[in-house]
Design a protein around this ligand. Structure first.
Ligand code: PLP
Length: 389
């Protein structure tokens, strides 16, 4: 055994007594599913994000899938996203039978490059292969260049599905992410994310039609709303399936946890911001590239991902990573570029297709970042990193 020093994870859910109580209250109540708490959570997220319609689902992967379906993505459609993301950002297009393609990141922001996006759109236009939907991903919680992406969407006629799985609480041009430039925005409430429901996701949109379609799709495509029945009702028990949907519902337990967590989001965000500030100050002269900041947006700081300056550092990324892990510090790497996965290789992608994402992947290390990370623990992370790099 190396030592008994407590190990520090890279992320850690923030569960308070009041969260536990909220979940237990649901267990004692009449409804475990399809009760009043899911709609309450939806309203709370809608208020917080300033996005009119919010629809809760079982996870963000389901949210991405249904949002694409609601945007009429199917066989023959084209969807583009960033390779520097979690698998789900691309898999959702494949669920719909659409073709997927990627646009490389801007090395400065680690988000989809609007320069490459424009280039690719111009080429695609000539070939008559424009995308139907582009999925920008707010990597680490830093919003993408959403205004530029919106302009391109209007010019080239595609829809924007923002994968803000990391970015609940982030702002862009002084407004919550998703509130203005995207056709729909997805948030994740997975255990490591900003607000958790253990597993959970949300589709947020100002488009009433998308919201309505997603609501149908999350529950088998069925409705009990007599206003929209296509057939004559047989009686009070009558329900109607109008399209092929899924069971992607969120439970009342999950919603109660999310609702309770959401009450602390500002406090949790403030804690993440001060941890980021502290890392920035302590690491400013190390052989590292620190996470980008931009004056017109505020990150939710889901991740604090540094890049090793491979020319100035004494050790390789692998060596630094191993040394940190050996010291009980739960560093991680986000992300293995999606297009390098065997499944995507089989679809014809090769590693060198997206060079910036590959370079970023070769240098990236995510340091521990969560609201309850103690200053003493953060000092240990900083000291170990400065010693090893
Ligand atoms: C976590 C994550 C997802 C998937 O979220 P789940 O709720 O786990 O399905 C999708 N995209 C990104 C960028 C993520 O980080």
């Amino acid at each position: 055994m190396r030592s008994r020093v407590k190990s520090i994870p890279y992320s850690c859910p923030n569960i308070a007594e009041e969260d536990i109580e909220a979940v237990v209250n649901v267990l004692r109540s009449e409804f475990l599913t399809q009760g009043p708490v899911v709609p309450e959570f939806e309203v709370a997220v809608s208020r917080f994000t300033q996005i009119p319609y919010c629809v809760a689902v079982s996870n963000a992967t389901a949210a991405l899938h249904l949002a694409l379906m609601a945007m009429d993505v199917g066989v023959g459609s084209r969807v583009w996203t960033s390779p520097n993301s979690f698998l789900a950002s691309a898999n959702c297009a494949r669920y719909c039978g659409a073709t997927i393609d990627f646009v490389d990141i801007d090395s400065a922001t680690r988000n989809i490059s609007t320069i490459y996006l424009r280039e690719k759109l111009e080429k695609a236009k000539i070939l008559n292969e424009l995308p139907d939907v582009v999925i920008p991903v707010d990597y680490s919680g830093l919003p993408c260049d959403l205004a530029e992406i919106r302009d391109l969407a209007d010019e080239f006629g595609f829809k924007v599905l923002e994968d803000a799985s990391h970015a609940l609480g982030a702002t862009y041009q002084n407004r919550p992410v998703g509130s203005r430039f995207a056709d729909a925005t997805v948030f994740s409430f997975h255990a490591v994310k900003i607000v958790t429901t253990a597993e959970g996701g949300m589709i947020a949109t100002s488009n009433a039609e998308i919201a309505e379609r997603v609501r149908l799709l999350r529950s088998h495509g069925m409705t009990r709303d007599s206003q929209i029945f296509r057939n004559q009702s047989d009686g009070p028990w009558y329900y109607e399936q109008q399209c092929l949907g899924y069971n992607y519902r969120m439970t009342e337990l999950q919603a109660a946890l999310g609702l309770s967590q959401l009450r602390r989001i500002e406090q949790m965000h403030a804690a993440r911001m001060s941890i980021a500030d502290r890392y920035d100050r302590a690491l400013s002269s190390a052989p590292l590239i620190l996470p980008p900041r931009k004056s017109d947006r505020v990150s939710s700081w889901h991740l604090y991902a540094v890049e090793i300056n491979l020319i100035r550092a004494r050790q390789s990324r692998r060596e630094v990573f191993d040394a940190m892990r050996a010291a009980g510090i739960g560093v991680n790497v986000h992300y293995i570029p999606i297009h390098t996965q065997p499944y995507y290789h089989d679809l014809g992608f090769v590693a060198s297709d997206f060079a910036n994402s590959m370079e970023f992947y070769g240098r990236a290390i995510s340091l521990p970042m969560y609201p309850t990370l103690l200053a003493s623990e953060q000092n240990r992370v900083i000291d170990t990193l400065l010693r090893e790099i």
